[in-house]
Design a protein around this ligand. Structure first.
Ligand code: BES
Ligand code: ZN
Length: 508
């Protein structure tokens, strides 16, 4: 069983927590409950039956920051699980979250989110990239991140780790003008979140998010120089998504939707960084069509490889992720489990009505026992990243399958002109046309020009998919494109003449 997050000394804070955790809290404090609701952990339609069985009360209380440490320890010891509370900056913010969890104010923000197509149809892009996703690269990033003395949200090492990651991602972005790497500043602590954005080519307002948390914690205390390597929790997740980003850029992949890669600050102290980011997306009405969280990917504690966590996540997207694994990683075995509380940043997006998933390294009770201690090291996950690479490949498939959807690209028009002598031929192409579109070619000019077009190879006057051979230079022919492929055009001067050729097609 994992150790849990430590609290930090300070003033009064607002938290929300479940029935069992509240009972533990009340053993240590006299905290008064400000509000309670019956929670429905899965916020989107279609999960009502499972949610009803899992429902527990959720309560808003104001506590001393010092009491959080006692709560965390007692939940751990007596309930055999982790903290299970969510931090809120104010009572109003806590109430708003409770209302959303109860369904009362549901879907104010979900209106901003489009349900994407979960059809798996990007094999030609995904399959060649999968073997390029390398465990050695993930391992090196885990080593780099865990060699900061800690990545606590309030220490200078925590700040330095954020700056280092921003620099690393900027280098990987390789000067591409459609990629930005930025830090997201949080008003109440100094560690910044890091966000890399690949702008979508033709559907940029729809956004897909792949995230993990940058910060680490040592439950025993959180000084400037307290050792908290956080190699599994969560250097492994950030390293996995960094490798996805590296692979996509190395292949020159240009998504149609906008892709965002996020390393959240301050997860270990109540999902605070992701809460601010998810809320800012919701407030701006950003159409986030899917979110995947990678938090702990490198400790293989259970018989199956990837566990899909079912609470605080979206069941339809979870089914899609399961199908992605079956399609692209047939040797990877799948399990499922639940945290029982909002255990990572997916819960912040879920609370705003966005579809989130959390594929996890093991069953909850068999996950890395070293987290939140000085022993959460790369060595304690076997000094390799063979488990994480499965998650990175799955996440790459997720980003490309969702990233490649969008309204059809506008047709591309290309024109050519010149002249032909009698019986002379000239070929054009290949034109890379997309499945489902129509390839059209037409000519104008002088003399008598004949036009032929063909898929896959250059046409001849006897082998073509369409031809137009009237007695002038004005010709037109078209081909229905049923699969992505190359199209070629041939012009022949039946008499000497000049031509203006125009082709139009939807590019792949
Ligand atoms: N990675 C953990 C969550 C986790 C631990 C999931 C073990 C499954 C098994 C995360 O970083 C964490 O520690 N979360 C906190 C809760 C948060 C709201 C402070 C926790 O679980 O105590
Ligand atoms: Zn974590």
């Amino acid at each position: 069983m994992a150790l849990c997050s430590a609290a930090h000394a300070g003033e009064k804070v607002w938290i929300s927590l479940g029935d069992a955790a509240l009972a533990q809290l009340q053993k240590h404090t006299t905290a008064a409950v400000a509000a309670s609701v019956q929670a429905r952990p899965a916020p989107l339609e279609g999960a009502a039956v499972a949610a009803a069985a899992a429902a527990e009360g959720v309560h808003l209380v104001q506590v001393d920051e010092d009491d959080l440490a006692k709560l965390s320890a007692s939940v751990h010891h007596e309930l055999r699980r982790c903290g299970g509370f969510m931090y809120h900056a104010s009572q109003a913010e806590g109430l708003a979250t409770l209302q959303r969890q109860s369904g009362a104010a549901r879907r104010v923000t979900a209106a901003a989110a489009t349900r994407p197509s979960y059809v798996i149809d990007q094999q030609s892009l995904v399959t060649p990239m999968l073997p390029q996703v390398q465990a050695s690269n993930i391992g090196q990033t885990i080593i780099d991140l865990s060699s900061f003395v800690n990545r606590h949200y309030q220490t200078s090492a925590g700040v330095n780790a954020s700056n280092w990651l921003k620099q690393r991602w900027t280098t990987l972005a390789n000067g591409r003008s459609d990629i930005t790497v930025e830090q997201f500043s949080h008003p109440n602590w100094k560690q910044k979140s890091v966000i890399a954005t690949i702008r979508g080519t033709d559907n940029p307002d729809e956004v897909v998010v792949l995230g993990g948390h940058l910060d680490s914690i040592n439950q025993a205390g959180t000084g400037e120089s307290t050792r908290a390597p956080g190699a599994d929790d969560d250097a492994s997740g950030v390293a996995s998504l960094t490798e996805v980003f590296r692979t996509l850029v190395a292949n020159g992949y240009k998504p149609r939707r906008t892709l965002k890669f996020m390393a959240y600050a301050a997860e270990e102290v109540g999902l605070r960084g992701s809460q601010e980011i998810a809320r800012s997306h919701a407030n701006a009405g950003v159409n986030v069509v899917g979110v995947m969280q990678l938090d702990m990917t490198n400790y293989k504690g259970s018989v199956n490889d990837i566990y899909i966590y079912t609470d605080y996540t979206d069941s339809q997207q979870n089914t899609f992720v399961t199908n992605l694994i079956r399609t692209y990683l047939p040797n990877v075995t799948i399990g499922s489990d639940r945290c029982g509380y909002g255990c990572s940043d997916h819960a912040s997006w879920n609370a705003q009505g966005y579809a989130a998933s959390m594929p996890f390294e093991a069953a909850m009770s068999e996950s890395d026992p070293y987290i939140h201690t000085a022993n959460d090291t790369y060595e304690n996950t076997g000094s390799n990243a063979e488990h994480s690479v499965k998650f990175a490949r799955m996440a790459l498939a997720y980003m490309v399958e969702l990233g490649s959807d969008g309204p059809g690209l506008p047709d591309k028009v290309e024109t050519f002109s010149g002249s032909l002598t009698r019986s002379q031929t000239k070929s054009f192409g290949p034109f890379k046309a997309a499945a489902g579109s129509t390839f059209k070619a037409s000519t104008t000019g002088t003399g008598d020009i004949d036009l032929y077009a063909k898929r896959s190879s250059v046409p001849t006057t006897s082998s073509y998919d369409c031809k137009s051979d009237g007695s002038t230079a004005s010709e037109t022919c078209s081909i229905n494109i049923t699969a992505n492929g190359d199209v070629y055009v041939l012009l022949k001067g039946y008499t000497a003449g000049s031509y203006n050729l125009s082709v139009s097609y939807r590019p792949q």
